[in-house]
Design a protein around this ligand. Structure first.
Ligand SMILES: [Ca+2]
Length: 423
């Protein structure tokens, strides 16, 4: 039943709404070469709704946000199982009092977005498609419904946007610091990537390199000299990059090994390595990206530095996904590959944000340790509908490396997982 709140909502918007799909021009008239009344039926008491029973997915109509809606016909009623973004609720009776006119045609009442019912007709085709026309406000509209529907997948692939540049400059004196504001440009790639900056010279100077987010005035992503490293004339820093953030570079002449020259030439070489993650941005609950069940999903666990430090629990540590259950089941999230440098934490939520109780099954490693691979399954069977899966990155998760340190596994290696259902 609708609540008072819903009723008030409907009243306030009634002027703007007509039916669920704004009616348009009716379909061409039925070409009845053999009018049905030539063979009048005698068994008028039988309501032939047998062929309609079961699930129907909406795939076409003049309101595309309603596509993917799932209506389940039981006897003479069609009930919403998956509402998608239609504004309807699960369990609303979308098709009411279906009455067969003949083998293919039915009359019924269609629930409009104003929660009034409108006279409508449906025709089932030999290809097991259902075509619906709603007659309202002097016009009709055609919707197409089918028995099965590919699951939503919000993956938006893009080409990697790698970049590089070299700057040649001079220090005029020992202890001079040259500041390059925004030298490392903001990237647009949703998944971010990583910058590598090399500050070097062949004059014997020991360089100091400072990298900071252009958006953060306190601290630094990296700030150190090449003193006591394997190559004291070169300082190298790599760090994870967040989209739409630029970074500043400070090049410092800290000291010299042999007799210094003045001015002292130096070189800054930077390169950007893009990480393609087709489900980003998905750092917020509201940004959850739809993924299909039973398919391997590939993503990167961490986008990088908004500020000079990346703290555990910041949005870029989260990946949110949504899945849909078409029948009651447990949700099972199977981690398949996990970078050795991170620990992944998997949680399942209702769309209201309520976290569901889950059980774990270790596949390799220990659940709480880096690189652990395990399955997460809801403890109870969930009803049909949409659910949110959150993958959080924990563990050691370095976002900066210097000089000879290896690029951490989670920068270059995706995690992969698959969502399945269980009884
Ligand atoms: Ca994310």
């Amino acid at each position: 039943m609708k609540t008072i709140v819903k009723t008030l909502f409907v009243l306030s918007f009634a002027m703007a709404c007509t039916t669920e799909d704004t009616p348009d021009i009716p379909n061409e008239q039925q070409n009845t070469e053999n009018p049905k009344n030539e063979n009048p039926k005698t068994e008028t008491t039988t309501n032939n709704v047998e062929a309609l029973q079961g699930d129907w997915f909406r795939v076409g109509g003049n309101n595309p946000t309603n596509n993917g809606m799932l209506v389940r016909v039981i006897d003479e009623q069609g009930v919403i199982i998956l509402a998608q973004d239609s504004g309807f609720d699960k369990d609303d009776i979308k098709w009411k009092d279906i009455l067969s006119r003949d083998e293919e045609n039915y009359d019924y009442s269609e629930l409009g977005s104003d929660y009034n019912y409108y006279n409508a007709q449906m025709e089932i085709g030999t290809d097991d498609t259902l075509r619906i026309s709603v007659a309202a406000a002097g016009a009709g509209n055609i919707q197409k419904w089918v028995r099965d529907f590919a699951e939503f997948n919000d993956c938006m692939p893009y080409e990697p946007m790698n970049d590089e540049n070299t700057i040649n400059e001079f220090w005029d004196a020992i202890n001079e610091t040259d500041l390059y504001t925004g030298l490392l440009p903001a990237v647009t790639s949703p998944g971010g990537g990583y910058y590598t900056v090399v500050l070097t010279n062949d004059s014997g100077a020991v360089p100091g390199l400072k990298v900071t987010s252009s958006d953060d005035t306190s601290g630094a992503i990296a700030n150190s000299t090449a003193a006591a490293t394997s190559d004291e004339n070169t300082r190298t820093t790599s760090f994870l990059v967040y989209p739409e953030v630029s970074y500043d570079i400070a090049a410092h002449y800290s000291s010299h090994v042999p007799a210094g020259t003045s001015p002292t030439p130096y070189e800054i070489i930077w390169s950007y390595t893009d990480i393609v993650d087709c489900y980003e941005p998905n750092d917020e609950f509201s940004e959850a990206k739809a993924i299909p069940k039973n398919e391997i999903i590939e993503a990167y666990a961490l986008t990088g530095h908004i500020n000079n430090s990346v703290t555990y629990g910041e949005p870029q540590s989260y990946d949110y996904y949504s899945i849909q259950l078409r029948k009651p089941a447990k949700i099972k999230v199977e981690l398949l590959e996990v970078p050795s440098s991170v620990n992944l934490n998997v949680k399942v939520f209702t769309t209201d944000g309520q976290q569901l109780i889950t059980d774990y099954e270790e596949v390799s490693g220990v659940v709480s340790e880096d690189g652990a691979i395990y399955n997460t399954q809801t403890s109870s069977i969930l009803e049909e509908g949409k659910y949110i899966i959150r993958v959080t990155i924990g563990g050691s998760r370095p976002t900066v490396v210097n000089d000879d340190q290896d690029i951490p596994d989670h920068w270059n290696s995706p995690y992969t997982f698959k969502v399945t259902t269980a009884d």
